[in-house]
Design a protein around this ligand. Structure first.
Ligand SMILES: Nc1ncnc2c1ncn2[C@@H]1O[C@H](COP(=O)(O)OP(=O)(O)OP(=O)(O)O)[C@@H](O)[C@H]1O
Length: 923
């Protein structure tokens, strides 16, 4: 941009070039940076360029040459005592300073920038400068150069040189780093010996570990998606302060987002994955709602229009009052009032919200219902692996998707239009200078505001951590009040809490002060812009180029621009926070249930309840086998009891019958139908489950029992409860069947809870019963009642019991002994005792150690044994004696065979024999 002082301003091509030059550079820079961000190149830029600093200095020098040209122009105008007439030149120079200033800031802030937005701009600058120089020489008069022209030309030439050097420095730096890389590679392959390699690997592993432990900053920062430098900031501070649970959650969510972003490769594909939510935010099949959305769009455009009209009308009112435009002030004020009304909360805003509310609620309704339903339909593996609070938080985060759309559609887009219109309108009314001042002020304001937000991040984070710390200390003190009081630590807790509050207050103050200063600085920038604009307007009004009304219009317009600017400054942060929240829901919505009915699967045709396990293998995590080649058959109406040590896989077998999980290998058949081939709901409709620790809803007993069959009458519920021997007890409660049971049934005793659960199962009238018998100790009478209830429930139904009571085990038609996921024995009690295998071993241990009538307090050692095996000896003394008699005969048989086979087995069973002998004596 040279020779502008040589009187060539009238050349239309040059005039256009003066404007086109900075605009082209700016558009190129914005688009190429956008592409770099969208395709994640900003994240993968791994090396810093060796000549970055040199390039920054050269760029600064280039900016100074624009400034020098500008000064040259101003000084020349001052000498001539006239207002500079080369408007296009001045605007061009100022715009170049602004555009390259933005690039300068970008380059200075990023250690590892993506280079092509910068180098491309420099190359474009060289092309523009060359064309403009050539053109200006062609059209200039052949007179000798004046001093001003000479200075101007020198500045332009020096800048040209600076841009050339910038590109050379860039290329040289690239070449050098390539050279270094290749020589590094050569050196490494030559120098590294096996021992060095081992050492390096170990060090690398350690470094990786450390990085893994401290990788918070790399992924957590809210703005990490847009600024490399900011991630460094957060990394630094993470090493200083321990992570709070809140931070951990945020970090994990953010890590997930980063991971998926990397997988997707760019922001566009990443954003596309959010299309799953489209049917919930856009009323696909609802025409009236779609019409409303269209009308909301019209309202927004109308609002943009009114936003221009209001300042303009105020200007007209002012001019009509001053008599400069010959209009009737009364009418103009009325028009102004009308426009204000339209723009107010009682006008377009009201209409827009009235139109929008049903759409918003549609979205809220559709999103929450879909998320909840999706979660309920997911399989056991998902629910087992997630904490319920995480799932609930994720469902709630559906709101952030609506928020994000709200921010973009109803705030960002209209504000962008407002700002564009402001720029054009002010440029037309007051000339390009005013337009430039508006744009420059907006750019500087945005830059400062985003920098401030990013700088405040670590202060805000430690404030939130302090909030949580305070909360935890308070909660621990109140929840553990009894412990605090017992240990006489009230003073200690008071001091701890007071210190936490002080810490939090100090941090809050720091953040608050930070905000106050940040706002002050932002408004100073705005004020400077306003002042510059106002001075220019005053100049034009005093020179008759504009009216006082125009001046008022300018002031009003400026006031209107403050809100959009502040909003835009925080937009990136808001959107990235909403994205992180939405990501949690997205992850859930993308999870597919692993156990589902096949398409058009027929319902289960029940025919007696013949259940068959065929070579079933199962693993929860595909790593550890839980069941190995399990095969057995259950005859209709019979009871199968599973016994075995804890963790053997008994409950897992029950879960497979109910299809909470699918077998990994083999199959399970009910009446000849593979349970994977029948409709899942028809399968579960035939199965009644009484879990070991039944969970009731925080509702009345009536509702809890009726949950098994929502259409059951009160009478049917009473019958079920009578069958479960709990009816009388329920009637004894203050509110009878309307008694609320508390969260998870906390207000009921263990025995009551279990019988209510049995009643619930009875009401379902299942064909197959799955029972995880409780091991919890209940009094003898309750236990008998439970047994009776269970007997009624299981009568005539194929029943599978994870048995813990000896009486249940012995009464079962068939007993299966499970050890380490395999079936080791199967048969009736008598058969298994006679077989004298694992079952006889397990059983005899129990029957010897704790006959039912015995006082539990006198044999603690025995109770330990119980827990390991999960069995309870609930036999009566007479039954114990008679069973012992059988065992005695088996033992004597075994003794005989032992003595004949040698001493090995005797040694193995030594402890058991000792124990048995002791108890035999006792009995
Ligand atoms: N949801 C799960 N995910 C992963 N592993 C599991 C899961 N549930 C159980 N396991 C593992 O499977 C194995 C068998 O568990 P299972 O509950 O079937 O044992 P069990 O014989 O019923 O024991 P207990 O009598 O103590 O209830 C155990 O090692 C357990 O840790």
């Amino acid at each position: 941009m040279a020779s502008q002082v040589s009187g060539l301003q009238g050349t239309p091509v040059l005039l256009t070039l003066h404007y086109a030059y900075p605009i082209t550079i700016f558009v190129y820079y914005i688009i190429s940076s956008g592409v770099a961000i969208c395709t994640l190149q900003t994240k993968s830029a791994e090396e810093s360029h060796g000549r970055r600093r040199t390039i920054i200095w050269l760029l600064m020098f280039a900016i100074l040459t624009y400034l020098a040209q500008l000064l040259n122009l101003v000084v020349r105008s001052l000498i001539r005592h006239e207002f500079p007439s080369e408007q296009d030149t001045i605007i061009g120079l100022l715009s170049c300073i602004l555009v390259f200033g933005v690039e300068f800031a970008g380059l200075s802030e990023s250690e590892k920038p993506v280079w092509y937005p910068f180098t491309g701009s420099f190359a474009l600058a060289l092309v523009f400068e060359a064309i403009m120089q050539t053109l200006s020489f062609i059209v200039r008069s052949p007179e000798p150069l004046t001093v001003a022209e000479f200075l101007d030309l020198s500045a332009a030439a020096t800048r040209y040189l600076a841009f050339v050097l910038t590109l050379i420095a860039y290329l040289e730096g690239m070449y050098r780093s390539r050279q270094e890389k290749s020589s590094d590679a050569e050196r490494q392959s030559l120098l590294k010996k096996a021992s060095d390699l081992a050492a390096t690997n170990a060090a690398g592993d350690q470094a990786d570990d450390e990085a893994g432990q401290n990788n918070y900053g790399a992924t957590t920062s809210d703005d990490s998606t847009t600024s490399d430098e900011s991630t460094d900031d957060s990394r630094k501070s993470t090493t200083e302060t321990p992570e709070s649970p809140w931070e951990r959650r945020q970090r994990q969510a953010s890590e997930k987002m980063e991971k998926r972003l990397k997988e997707k490769g760019n922001w566009i594909t990443y954003a596309k994955s959010f299309m799953v939510f489209f049917p919930y935010v856009w009323p696909v099949k609802n025409k009236p709602l779609q019409t409303r959305i269209f009308l909301v769009g019209c309202c927004l455009l109308a609002m943009n229009f009114v936003n221009v009209l209001i300042p303009r009308q105020l200007g007209i009112v002012m001019d009509s009052l001053g008599g400069t435009n010959g209009r009737n002030p009364w009418i103009e004020v009325l028009v102004f009032a009308g426009l204000k009304l339209i723009a107010s909360e009682a006008g377009l805003s009201l209409l827009r919200q009235w139109l929008w509310i049903p759409v918003e609620y549609y979205s809220f309704d559709a999103m929450s219902t879909a998320a909840y339903s999706h979660v309920l339909n997911l399989s056991s593996d998902f629910h087992d692996s997630k904490s319920s609070s995480d799932i609930m938080m994720a469902i709630q985060s559906g709101q952030s998707i609506s928020n994000m759309l709200d921010s973009i559609c109803f705030q960002a887009l209209p504000m962008l239009i407002d700002m564009g219109v402001a720029f054009v309108y002010l440029s037309i009314t007051f000339g390009p200078y005013e337009g430039f001042i508006t744009v420059a002020t907006a750019a500087i304001f945005m830059y400062i505001a985003t920098r401030m937000i990013s700088r405040m991040r670590s202060a805000r984070r430690s404030e939130v951590s302090a909030w949580f710390e305070e909360h935890y200390i308070r909660q621990a003190g109140i929840q553990g009040w009894a412990t605090v009081t017992c240990f006489n630590q009230i003073g200690h807790e008071e001091r701890r809490y007071s210190a936490a509050v002080k810490e939090r207050v100090a941090k809050s103050q720091k953040v608050f002060l930070g905000y106050i200063f940040a706002y002050a600085l932002q408004f100073l920038v705005l004020l400077s812009g306003l002042m510059a604009g106002a001075f220019l307007a005053v100049y034009q009004v005093t020179h008759g180029q504009a009216t006082p009304g125009d001046f008022i219009m300018l002031l009003t317009y400026w006031a209107q621009l403050v809100a959009p600017l502040t909003f835009f400054a925080g937009l990136g942060k808001t959107i990235s926070r909403d994205l992180i929240h939405a990501e949690q829901l997205l992850e859930i919505m993308q999870t597919k249930p692993t156990v589902v009915s096949k398409v058009d699967a027929p319902p289960l045709v029940f025919d007696g309840g013949h259940v068959r396990f065929k070579n079933v293998c199962f693993s929860y995590d595909k790593k550890k086998d839980i069941l190995k080649d399990v095969s057995f058959t259950a005859t209709p109406g019979k009871t199968i009891a599973f016994v075995g040590a804890t963790g053997a896989g008994k409950s897992t077998i029950l879960k497979l019958i109910d299809r909470f999980y699918d077998v990994t290998e083999g199959s399970i058949e009910i009446d000849g139908q593979d349970i994977r081939d029948v409709d899942l709901f028809s399968l579960r409709a035939q199965i009644g489950v009484v879990p070991q620790s039944p969970i009731l809803f925080d509702d009345t007993i009536m509702s809890n029992v009726r949950y098994a069959n929502l259409t059951a009458t009160d009478e049917e519920v009473y019958e079920a409860c009578k069958a479960a021997s709990v009816h009388e007890q329920i009637l004894g409660f203050a509110d009878g069947y309307q008694t609320r049971v508390g969260e998870r049934g906390i207000k009921l005793s263990g025995g009551e809870l279990q019988r209510v659960a049995i009643a619930r199962a009875i009401l379902k009238r299942p064909e197959i019963v799955l029972l995880d018998e409780a091991t919890s100790a209940v009094d003898t009478e309750t236990e008998q009642r439970i047994q009776e209830a269970l007997r009624l429930l299981c009568e005539g139904r194929t029943t599978f019991i994870v048995a813990h009571r000896l009486s249940t085990i012995m009464n079962a038609d068939s007993i299966i002994v499970v050890t380490g996921g395999t079936l080791v024995e199967q048969g009736s009690h008598e058969e298994l005792i006679r077989a004298n295998g694992k079952y006889a071993e397990l059983w005899s241990k129990q029957v010897f150690v704790k006959p039912k009538h015995k006082d539990a307090s006198d044999d603690n050692s025995v109770t330990k044994g119980h827990k390991a095996l999960g069995l309870i000896n609930d036999l009566t003394l007479e039954r114990t004696n008679s069973e012992l008699a059988k065992v005695k005969s088996v033992s004597s048989l075994r003794d005989q065979s032992d003595s004949s086979t040698g001493s090995e087995t005797a040694l193995e069973d030594g402890s058991e024999t000792e124990q048995a002998t002791e108890h035999k004596k006792e009995v």
